[in-house]
Design a protein around this ligand. Structure first.
Ligand code: SF4
Length: 283
């Protein structure tokens, strides 16, 4: 059987050395693997937002939808609710998901909608030439903050854990094998998967040397333990000295929003089951 040609004719305009190339290549590899294992790629939809990352929708030959800034996640949610049989992958940027679209991200995690979100977190607005984003470190000197930011970066993983996401992970574009495994894990996970990907912006925030020193692979622990996952997530680099863990921080099964939608109106027994599962997942 010949696999689908995933390369498109679109001219690639990413800068040389951009981490988006890695994410694109890895996603294509994961899709090819899925297809060779029997999945029809006609049942996969890629949704992207606005930003450098979003061009991935032009470069991967599957069904795709360009949403407006910050609104990729509600579009992905709508697609999943319209057809539960689809595998919905949502590529967003850090400005896209952690600023403009933050409320949508939190509500998707809270609902546990069965989609996979890949956050291309380069910690800078690259498309608009280098302004700070919610994850830029304190003191980041960009086009809008030439003297350096006065704000600490938000911690996306801690936020996702607190919001109810059931698959929470961080990867780094220089660690491709792990990136591939974690993206595949997120797609296979039945529930809301948020994968924060430290993506190198070669032009406006080249962090390769920094991440090569500060990142480490998470040790073995019980991935259903929310307390340990939170503890590991809190190692985020607020002071630019902490280690930055890579891998799956947390994974737990919990009834998805799309499953509950199919059951509605929830009967008393269904409600009690959902409440019981929720309380277990918060332990
Ligand atoms: Fe990539 Fe940065 Fe260039 Fe955008 S500006 S294409 S994120 S290297």
């Amino acid at each position: 059987m010949t696999g689908r040609q995933l390369v498109t004719d679109a001219q690639n305009t990413w800068c040389p050395g951009c981490g988006n190339f890695t994410i694109q290549h890895t996603l294509k590899t994961v899709l090819s693997d899925l297809e060779s294992q029997g999945k029809s790629l006609d049942d996969v939809v890629l949704v992207s937002g606005i930003g450098c990352h979003a061009k991935i929708a032009d470069y991967v030959n599957i069904n795709s939808f360009y949403a407006i800034h910050g609104r990729a996640i509600p579009v992905a949610t709508g697609i999943k609710l319209a057809d539960k049989g689809l595998t919905v992958i949502c590529c967003v940027g850090d400005g896209d998901a952690y600023a403009e679209g933050l409320d949508h991200l939190i509500f998707a995690a809270k609902r546990n909608i069965d989609i996979t979100v890949l956050v291309h977190n380069n910690r800078v607005y690259g498309l608009t030439t280098g302004q700070y984003t919610p994850t830029s470190p304190l003191g980041f000197a960009g086009r809008s903050t030439p003297a350096g930011t006065l704000e600490y970066p938000i911690n996306p993983l801690e936020l996702m854990l607190a919001s109810g996401a059931t698959y929470v992970a961080r990867c780094y574009t220089k660690k491709m094998d792990q990136l591939k495994q974690v993206i595949r894990g997120g797609i296979d996970h039945h529930g809301f998967a948020c994968i924060d990907i430290l993506q190198i912006c070669a032009t406006f925030f080249p962090m390769t040397d920094y991440y090569n020193v500060h990142t480490y692979e998470l040790p073995v622990y019980d991935r259903t333990d929310l307390s340990v996952a939170c503890e590991k997530a809190r190692e985020w680099d607020y002071n630019q000295k902490n280690p930055i863990g890579l891998g799956v921080f947390y994974q737990r099964s919990f009834p998805t929003f799309d499953d509950r939608m199919a059951l509605q109106p929830l009967q008393k027994a269904d409600r009690e089951l959902v409440i019981e599962e929720f309380l277990k997942s918060r332990q």
